[in-house]
Design a protein around this ligand. Structure first.
Ligand code: A2P
Length: 317
């Protein structure tokens, strides 16, 4: 199993099961199937609306002796409406209760934006709270406190640009250990990857398959379909693999963690078997040429009129 080493030597299995968009009534079976197949990393978040179901499945897996708590890596995330200093640890405790766990392996700040307390999604730009009012550093300080309290072993961020990570590197007790971002051949983010590498920040690739099942409001008509890319298809045919396997193998070849989502047993297996595939230099070069800086998750929900955020400022682009 390919693993990535944290600064203290802890190792995270690089290939995990994504659970965004996994229906509550399907995710439990998907998690158990994944564990049976050998997955040892499950990526969660309270905003996915299915942590209680994942918690039930994990408890069953432990009870049945399929895996022990120590053998499985569980990540979850702090939602944007809990950035205030007093909300971070209670939010983490609620996630732990839902997941039926005593600690998380990794806790991430889901987005570098804050939503007014009490709201899950902003209805207008006015529902967003600026980073001047709720600074990332203050939220981060409580994430550090969560490690000290034994509620999580590692902390990191998600959807953060190099500049935002840089702002959290100085004067903190624990520098972010992970950035979980959208990464795939259409959005390769080489600059961010090399910044993270030089600063000892690991990277997880989300939406590695192009996230076809994301909500309608996040899709655009005629958008490029990663899983149908002809170059990816040709490489897959050459290697006797599937396009999804090529995409996962590419993420692993770049030494990123990768969390393809599936609730289909055959595809959960197919994705796990991608770790056996080696891409040759020619395939890596061909995929390198596919970059078109295409975000499937643009973050525009945080940047409606009246919001202190803009899409350009969000990604620092
Ligand atoms: P399903 O859950 O029915 O398998 P991403 O991880 O980029 O968000 O992509 C998730 C989407 O890709 C889901 O629609 C998922 O559907 C689909 N998917 C997952 N694995 C595969 C695969 N091996 N081949 C084709 N589609 C896949």
């Amino acid at each position: 199993m390919i693993t990535l080493a944290f600064r203290d030597g802890d190792r995270m299995p690089a290939l995990g099961l994504g659970t965004w968009k996994s229906e509550p009534d399907e995710v439990g079976a998907a998690v158990e199937e994944a564990i049976r197949l050998g997955y040892r990393h499950i990526d969660c978040a309270p905003i996915y609306g299915n942590e209680p179901h994942i918690g039930e499945a994990l408890e069953q897996c432990f009870k049945k002796g399929l895996v022990s708590r120590e053998e499985v890596w569980v990540t979850s995330k702090l939602w944007n409406n809990r950035h205030a200093a007093g909300d971070v640890i209670p939010a983490l405790e609620a996630t732990l209760a839902d997941l039926r766990l005593e600690y998380l392996d990794l806790y991430l700040m889901h987005w570098p934006v804050a939503i007014r307390r009490g709201l899950v999604f902003p209805e207008s730009g006015e529902d967003m709270v600026s980073l001047e009012d709720v600074p990332l550093a203050e939220t981060w300080e409580r994430m550090e406190a969560a490690v000290a309290a034994g509620l999580c072993r590692h902390i990191g961020v998600s959807n953060c640009s190099a500049a935002k990570i840089a702002s959290l590197l100085d004067g903190v007790r624990i520098a972010p250990e992970m950035d979980q971002v959208e990464l795939h051949p259409y959005l390769q983010q080489d600059g961010l990857l090399s910044f993270c590498r030089s600063n000892d920040v690991l990277v997880t690739a989300y939406s590695p398959l192009g996230s076809r099942d994301r909500p309608e409001r996040l899709r655009t008509e005629g958008e490029p379909v990663l899983l149908e890319d002809p170059v990816i298809g040709a490489i897959a045919a050459r290697l006797d693999a599937t396009p999804a396997q090529v995409l996962i193998a590419w993420a692993l070849a770049r030494r990123t963690a990768v969390i393809p989502k599936s609730t289909n047993p055959g595809r959960i297996r197919e994705n796990f078997e991608a770790a056996e595939i080696t891409l040759d230099a020619h395939a890596i070069r061909e995929i390198g040429e596919l970059d078109r800086h295409r975000r499937y998750i643009e973050g525009d929900a945080w940047a409606r009129p009246g919001s202190p955020y803009t899409v350009a400022g969000l990604w620092d682009e």
